[in-house]
Design a protein around this ligand. Structure first.
Ligand SMILES: COc1cc(/C=C/C(=O)SCCNC(=O)CCNC(=O)[C@H](O)C(C)(C)COP(=O)(O)OP(=O)(O)OC[C@H]2O[C@@H](n3cnc4c(N)ncnc43)[C@H](O)[C@@H]2OP(=O)(O)O)ccc1O
Ligand SMILES: O=C(O)CCC(=O)C(=O)O
Ligand SMILES: [Fe+2]
Length: 305
């Protein structure tokens, strides 16, 4: 049994103590969806609405947050993933908001969406911590103390993704195949569909059906590295849609950029061979953003041998 499978079992029995039972709604490989997660449904609805509101702004209003002119690196509006490196652009616009503090967010995030984005982040923290605690227990890490908490979730980023109707959806993608560079990603999708995850066993793709009120949980590369490969970040992609606009809102929980990450001491203390070297997290993220989406290749950056 993979550690992740037993984690999903663990969550199934742990969640009744935080909120309600029936946490596990859908699960496929290393992705799963949770319901009864304690984030109020209204908060989810509000942030989806706020996302539509931001992308409905006039082009010149949105453009003031683009990389070229945004007064802060913490707010970035753009198209596709890494346009300078891509042969063809992805059919997606995004607003990426890096969390520094409530005051900074209030001062610099766009007013049409900042309250709703902040509220979604804050209300998700409880479930994220419980998930990380459960994941850590399987790695022999008993306590999520302050140092571990900073290592796992010392920096947070929320993206508002907008996938406009595409006239020729078969000719492009919404998001190319990739794994997230986060520790853990909590993703809210709307009811349109189009997110697929890759099944490790046979290389096939599984659609992640929208489930009302659910959150998709996705393990990222940072946790793959810290768990010495016991947890695997999952490859995923999004198709373009020929008839409907779609939004999704991922919250990426990350190590701080200045953190050096590698297999956790608790994982390798019994002589297990480290599969990954120690890497500065900001170097890892810069490497990710430098190239077009390329499946799970980013993690090779940290692989030994
Ligand atoms: C957009 O489609 C996406 C996005 C994603 C995103 C996933 C994540 O964000 S996971 C969490 C990432 N980790 C962090 O945010 C950690 C904290 N941040 C940092 O450490 C730094 O911001 C940095 C990422 C290391 C970059 O900092 P800096 O050294 O100041 O360099 P920059 O000039 O700002 O950026 C370098 C290069 O990367 C591009 N870039 C940076 N941030 C983003 C962003 N949020 N979204 C898109 N691109 C970004 C930036 O444009 C620069 O490119 P140049 O061409 O200008 O060199 C997952 C999947 C998707 O499809
Ligand atoms: O839109 C989605 O469902 C997924 C988006 C995604 O993978 C990302 O932003 O990293
Ligand atoms: Fe992703």
């Amino acid at each position: 049994m993979s550690p992740y499978r037993s984690l999903t079992w663990q969550i199934g029995i742990t969640i009744p103590r935080w909120q309600n039972p029936s946490a596990m709604q859908q699960r496929s490989g290393d992705f799963f969806q949770i319901v009864n997660h304690s984030v109020p449904i209204q908060v989810l609805e509000d942030v989806k609405e706020a996302t539509h509101r931001f992308f409905a702004l006039k082009a010149e209003e949105k453009r003031q947050y683009s990389k070229e002119v945004s007064p802060t690196n913490n707010v970035r509006y753009g198209t596709s993933f890494s346009p300078q490196a891509e042969k063809a652009l992805e059919w997606k616009d995004y607003l990426s908001l890096f969390y520094v503090s409530d005051d900074e967010a209030t001062a610099s995030w766009p007013s049409v969406c900042k309250d709703q984005a902040l509220e979604f982040m804050k209300k998700s923290e409880f479930v994220i911590k419980r998930l990380l605690e459960a994941l850590m227990r399987r790695l022999n890490v008993k306590d999520l103390d302050e140092t571990k908490e900073l290592l796992l979730m010392g920096s947070k980023r929320i993206n508002l993704n907008y996938y406009p109707i595409c006239p020729n959806p078969e000719l492009t993608v919404g998001v190319g195949r990739h794994s997230d560079v986060s520790t853990l990603t909590v993703l809210l999708q709307d009811d349109i569909g189009g997110l697929y995850v890759r099944k490790i066993a046979d290389d096939s793709w599984i659609h992640v059906p929208p489930v009302a009120g659910s959150l998709v949980i996705n393990i990222g590369d940072a946790l793959q590295i810290m768990s010495n490969g016991r947890y695997k970040s999952i490859e995923h992609r999004v198709t373009a849609n020929g008839s409907k606009n779609r939004v999704s809102i991922p919250i990426f929980m990350n190590p701080r950029p200045s953190e050096v990450i590698g297999p956790l001491p608790e994982v390798i203390e019994r002589g297990e061979k480290p599969e990954y070297r120690q890497v500065l997290y900001s170097d890892y993220v810069k490497y990710f953003f430098k190239k077009a989406h390329d499946g799970k290749d980013t993690v090779e950056f940290a692989k030994i041998g």
